[in-house]
Design a binder for this molecule. Structure first.
Ligand SMILES: C[S@@+](CC[C@H](N)C(=O)[O-])C[C@H]1O[C@@H](n2cnc3c(N)ncnc32)[C@H](O)[C@@H]1O
Length: 224
């Protein structure tokens, strides 16, 4: 899909810089000492931010970070946080490639990958957010109770992610091949999970949404 760039997106985003973590590398190993006291929930590739801002609103005693590399969509997320008067969310205008420079072992409680770009061609595999290079980082930064939660409309990406996750020391659970079959919204043990902008579009078209949760095995898992 063609990217429509906002002409003054960068200036508008930087006008809200108090919502941004501009030098996250200075926080590595120190997240517990910041106002974003862990457990921290991190959405990677948050797009326009409906999911992460809704979770932040519904869970005021927990902390949320939305990471996105495109300023024009990140700006929409920041605007939502302002409108909702949230106090427990910050944003990173960054590329996920550098995540291990921002977080140390165990500093993240949940990672959310929602409708990540599938990069279907073989030569693009390294760009997938579930490529082994990323999984290694996720394993490290997730704490003992840490989990990765993934949703997608793309069957190929889902299958590829299952293979890579299970080969890289993640235990899969709650694998769902059609999340909204027989339900309008997704809840788990009383926790309501928000939808994303992409998800709303696919739901409306009646397309199946794939979902899974993945938990790292112990750090000594032999294939790492
Ligand atoms: C298909 S969109 C989905 C957006 C949102 N999660 C949703 O479900 O509505 C994928 C988003 O991930 C972002 N993204 C892809 N790779 C990224 C990376 N390496 N670092 C940060 N953001 C990334 C893209 O810029 C894009 O906004």
């Amino acid at each position: 899909m063609r990217r429509r760039k906002l002409k003054d997106g960068v200036e508008r985003l930087l006008a809200h810089r108090q919502w941004l973590i501009e030098a996250p590398e200075t926080l590595k190993g120190k997240w517990a000492t910041t106002s974003l006291d862990p457990p921290v929930h991190l959405e990677i590739g948050m797009g326009k931010g409906k999911f992460i801002t809704t979770l932040a609103k519904e869970n005021p005693d927990q902390y949320f970070v939305g990471l996105e590399m495109k300023e024009e969509v990140l700006l929409r997320g920041v605007e939502k946080a302002i409108e909702l008067e949230l106090h427990n969310i910050k944003f990173m205008w960054k590329n996920a490639q550098h995540l291990n420079e921002y977080f140390d072992s165990g500093e993240i409680f949940r990672i959310y990958l929602n409708f990540s770009d599938p990069w279907p061609k073989k030569r693009w595999a390294k760009r997938r957010l579930t490529h082994e290079n990323y999984l290694k980082i996720y394993r490290k930064i997730l704490g003992v109770d840490g989990e990765l939660h993934l949703r997608t409309d793309n069957q190929g990406f889902f299958q590829d992610s299952i293979n890579r996750l299970s080969g890289k020391g993640f235990q899969l659970k709650n694998v769902d091949l059609d999340l909204y079959r027989n339900r309008d919204e997704y809840t788990d043990q009383g926790i309501f999970y928000a939808t994303t902008e992409y998800e709303d579009k696919f739901k409306e078209q009646g397309l199946p949404i794939y979902r899974l949760e993945a938990k790292p095995y112990s750090p000594t898992f032999s294939s790492l």
